[in-house]
Design a protein around this ligand. Structure first.
Ligand code: PAF
Length: 297
């Protein structure tokens, strides 16, 4: 009884705190773990939007305490300009989370605190999951993601961790990481949050002006078109239609449009019965790299 009361006091005391070190975090989490409280983790790079908040809301409904990590991870950027321009608003982010609930701890470590002295990525082999699309166009990206997620999992020891399907390849890689490392954490996939017009929510959207926000709808429109034509067209035709839509929009630079089966994430031009497919897209608009994806069948 006394332990339960202490835990409640602890939860109340640390509610909506921002912590910057693993040591401070452990001091709160260890007694909660001992008391079998369920810890949820929502890993983010900040610049929070409704998509992140939907993951946090899901975690709050399933866990006793939710840790939201906010850390712009340098090892997953293969482009220094992209890293430098990545939006950072810790105060605004914590205020948003504050409005949501008291049962949240914000963990915003420094690179040194999370990595130690060597801020470098480990090498991983995720087979075909990491070789195409983002893996091909952003060399080293998934090594950086897997490294930091591993370190965050060590620091938080979450029972459940929440990842959005917008980064579908990342989600599949994290599921594999947990298997390889035999971690007990349950990975919870969450649907893509979209604006009412269909734009996939992303921290990078902040860097688009009003006109570009309208233009950016092309990504979800092209995906929707592929979904609608899935039964009537072959994959090469779906791909050609997508590419030609981007050719007609010179403000964009299309990086890739691919259709891949959801198991292997290997792009394919051949539709096979009984397989599930997703279409994936990456395009640059006004110097901002946007990605999106959609289940096709
Ligand atoms: O999806 C993201 O925001 C990042 O890749 C993640 C998972 C927080 C790792 O830095």
């Amino acid at each position: 009884m006394q332990i339960a009361v202490n835990i409640l006091i602890l939860l109340d005391f640390y509610a909506m705190t921002t912590l910057h070190t693993q040591e401070e975090l452990q001091a709160i989490i260890s007694p909660l773990k001992l008391a079998k409280k369920r810890i949820g983790l929502v890993p983010t790079m900040g610049a929070l939007h409704q998509g992140h908040l939907s993951l946090v809301t899901r975690s709050l409904s399933e866990c006793d305490l939710t840790v939201v990590s906010i850390f712009v991870n340098p090892t997953q950027f293969n482009n220094t300009d992209d890293l430098a321009k990545y939006p950072r608003h810790l105060d605004r982010d914590t205020a948003l989370l504050n409005q949501l609930s008291d049962d949240i701890i914000v963990f915003a470590p420094t690179a040194e605190n999370i990595y130690g002295t060597e801020v470098t990525a480990q090498k991983f082999d995720f087979g075909s999951l990491g070789q195409h699309m983002e893996g091909q166009h952003r060399p080293g990206h998934f090594d950086g993601v897997a490294t930091v997620v591993s370190l965050l999992f060590d620091a938080v020891t979450p029972d459940r961790a929440y990842f959005g399907e917008k980064d579908y390849q990342q989600l599949r890689i994290i599921e594999t990481l947990v298997k390889i490392q035999q971690r007990p954490t349950v990975i919870v996939p969450c649907p893509i949050a979209r604006s009412h017009q269909g734009l996939a929510l992303s921290s990078r959207n902040e860097r688009l002006d009003q006109k570009q926000l309208q233009q950016a709808l092309l990504l979800s429109q092209v995906l929707k078109q592929a979904h609608q034509s899935f039964d009537s067209k072959n994959f090469q035709d779906l791909k050609n239609t997508a590419i030609s839509a981007f050719n007609d929009a010179p403000e964009f630079e299309l990086e890739y449009f691919e259709i891949a089966d959801v198991e292997s994430l290997v792009p394919t031009s051949t539709k096979e019965p009984n397989k599930k497919y997703r279409a994936f897209i990456a395009a640059h608009l006004g110097g901002v790299r946007l990605i999106d994806n959609l289940e096709l069948n």
